[in-house]
Design a binder for this molecule. Structure first.
Ligand SMILES: [Zn+2]
Length: 126
């Protein structure tokens, strides 16, 4: 885990979702990296996000490729479009499979697995 990735996980531990922000092109960046993928700017700052967004696309996972996370299958793996406009991949919890849909409002929540907190999303009206 490099220094950049470490900041991300430290913030997740506190229940906040921080992403890198490029002041050069005014875009949020996910996943953490050292250079802006859009304009190659190398001085990126960290900004707290609202942790709110909506489901952009999703898939229902029946066989987990990530056994270390111990996620109970089936679970929902989704691309979330945050209110800040950036898309991040995550899982959606506390959501029945017949409720998940594109456009569903979601918010950040934490899931603890193997003594590590994971940032996941849940429906916002729960
Ligand atoms: Zn940029």
């Amino acid at each position: 885990m490099d220094e950049t990735t470490q900041i991300y996980w430290q913030k997740v531990e506190t229940g906040e979702l921080w992403l890198q922000f490029c002041s050069g092109c005014e875009r949020y960046i996910f996943y953490p990296r050292s250079i802006c993928p859009f304009c190659l700017e190398s001085s990126l700052e960290w900004k707290k996000t609202s942790g709110k967004g909506k489901v952009y696309s999703y898939t229902i996972v029946n066989i987990s490729a990530l056994p270390e996370f111990n996620l109970e299958t089936p679970y929902i793996y989704a691309v979330i479009e945050l209110d800040e406009g950036v898309k991040i991949s995550s899982t959606v919890v506390q959501c029945s499979l017949d409720k998940i849909s594109v456009g569903l409002p979601v918010e950040l929540t934490l899931l603890e697995r193997n003594h590590r907190k994971l940032s996941v999303f849940r429906p916002r009206d729960y």
